[in-house]
Design a protein around this ligand. Structure first.
Ligand SMILES: [Cu+2]
Length: 132
């Protein structure tokens, strides 16, 4: 009985933590990739030139999905020169969530590629995020 109460409290605390997180983070981009939803979130809800910290989340039916190894790369086509490329560093931050950091030298639209390989299979998705 005691164990059940502790378990229930733990579940309630994790729900409160999840709701609290969602309430304070704004979506930068939400992208469907087959049955997965890939979300990029931050406190401001946008990327700016310079250093950015953000979260990357993988969910299915609003529940976190463990996707294993993840990469996030960005590319900006530049007229008359090689594309400007920036990769994010990602650290696991709970089930289906990664804490990310990325730095952009200038403003403009980025083509973002997110790839994963793990328990949920192998996949990738591409989308555009403005840096402003
Ligand atoms: Cu550029």
């Amino acid at each position: 009985m005691k164990r059940n109460v502790v378990g229930l409290v733990m579940v309630m605390l994790s729900v409160v933590a999840a709701v609290g997180f969602a309430a304070e983070m704004k979506p930068i981009k939400t992208q469907k990739a087959n049955e997965l939803t890939v979300s990029v979130l931050s406190e401001t809800g946008q990327w700016k030139p310079g250093k950015n910290s953000f979260f990357l989340e993988f969910t299915k039916d609003k529940k976190p999905v463990d996707v294993g190894k993840v990469t996030l790369n960005t590319s900006m086509p530049m007229p008359g020169m090689a594309p400007m490329i920036a990769g994010a560093t990602l650290e696991p931050d709970g089930p289906g969530r990664y804490k990310g950091a990325v730095s952009f030298p200038d403003a403009g639209d980025r083509q973002v590629t997110v790839s994963w390989d793990g328990p949920a299979g192998k996949g990738s998705t591409r989308f555009t995020v403005p840096v402003r």
